[in-house]
Design a protein around this ligand. Structure first.
Ligand SMILES: [Zn+2]
Length: 370
């Protein structure tokens, strides 16, 4: 290490307030966020309860999603209290005003006899089932645990909802909610892969539950056999980490959007038309994120926007778009990669092209504008 490094460290030691383990515990009890900036292979061995986990190198990019308010009191910690100083410096540069570092790190916390969460475990069966995830450094045991503890609400068990919830279930997303008031029809089976010929006439949510449960018994499936309305939507949405919208009506998209903005729940939006599909992600907790109304302030007249039942759709198209929605959802739950926030991904199956359009938040938007 160069002398510059030590000079800088010395400077940080003088300028970043340090707290002892017992002071940190007191701050946490008063509502401070404990931010763990260690690497996943370290946090797998134990963490402070309810800590937010963001490895040091990702703090600058990711912390805003986990800690949206810059006046939130934050105690940064690492293993021994060095990296946390650099993490605290990054937070200050991002505008966070109430940041301290835990002197001596997680080691002192444990030695002080303060509560901590023991190593995260998977069962032997889960270790086998998710073996290919566990080999990816960005996922590992901690990431798989995170998926198992996550909850996603799927709007619709149709073309998009089928592949999206099927892959979320395969990946081990622990709770999947599915809302749909429809029953399986023969004409659905050209694309809606959750349902079988023997399911015709069965409520789609029931058929979906059976298919998902037989794929992965780790998943708890919550079904809502009803139409989303202003009256029931808040109660259904509350508590979900993420919403995946696979609805095919403008009316539903608008109330999904407005409720996600109101409750601060991110959503992955998808839509399909004949050979064309679109996907984007809206995250109302991020200041730069547009919402659905920023893109489409008002619904088009029905004759200009026929749904799939009227216009038709290539059967495999929702497979592509719903699978991209599932990919976005899994990345979001794991806190990895670049999301589609601020970008609209457009797929043309006939031309076999993907295009990305930059989309911006509209300050005059009736839902999320200032
Ligand atoms: Zn908006």
């Amino acid at each position: 290490m160069s002398s510059n490094y030590y000079d800088h460290l010395h400077h940080l030691r003088r300028t970043i307030p340090a707290v002892s383990a017992s002071e940190a515990a007191e701050l946490a009890a008063q509502g401070a966020v404990m931010l763990d900036v260690r690497e996943p292979e370290e946090t797998e061995l134990g963490t402070v309860p309810d800590a937010v986990l963001v490895p040091l190198a990702l703090v600058e990019h990711d912390v805003q999603a986990d800690i949206p308010h810059t006046d939130t009191p934050i105690v940064v910690y690492c293993a021994h209290g060095i990296r946390s100083l650099f993490g605290a410096e990054t937070l200050r540069n991002l505008g966070y005003t109430n940041v301290v570092s835990l002197e001596g790190g997680f080691e002192t916390w444990r030695h002080a006899g303060l509560p901590w969460q023991p190593p995260q475990q998977l069962t032997a069966v889960q270790t086998e089932r998710y073996a290919r995830h566990l080999r990816i450094p960005e996922i590992g045991i901690a990431g798989q645990q995170r998926l198992l503890q996550s909850s996603v609400l799927m709007i619709g068990a149709g073309g998009l909802g089928s592949p999206a919830s099927f892959y979320l279930a395969a990946a081990g997303v622990g709770t999947i909610g599915i809302i749909d008031d429809d029953v399986v029809d023969l004409s659905n089976l050209q694309r809606q892969i959750l349902h079988r010929t023997t399911d015709i006439g069965t409520p789609k949510v029931e058929s979906a539950r059976q298919t998902i449960s037989s794929l992965n018994p780790d998943v708890e499936v919550q079904v809502y056999q009803q139409r989303l309305t202003e009256a029931n939507i808040r109660e259904i949405f509350a508590g979900y980490d993420l919403v995946v919208d696979g609805s095919d009506s403008f009316e539903t998209r608008y109330i999904v959007n407005d409720t996600c903005v109101e409750l601060g729940i991110p959503q992955v939006h998808g839509s399909i038309f004949r050979f064309d599909g679109q996907v984007t992600t809206f995250d109302p907790r991020r200041a730069e994120s547009p919402c659905y109304r920023c893109l489409f302030p008002s619904p088009p007249p029905p004759e200009l926007a026929p749904n799939c039942a009227v216009a038709g759709v290539l059967g495999v198209l929702p497979g592509v778009i719903g699978t991209i929605q599932a990919t976005e959802a899994i990345k979001f739950l794991l806190g990895i990669g670049e999301s589609l926030v601020g970008r609209l991904l457009m797929y043309d199956a006939l031309e076999m092209t993907f295009r990305t359009l930059k989309i911006r938040r509209d300050d005059a938007c009736p839902t999320c504008g200032r």
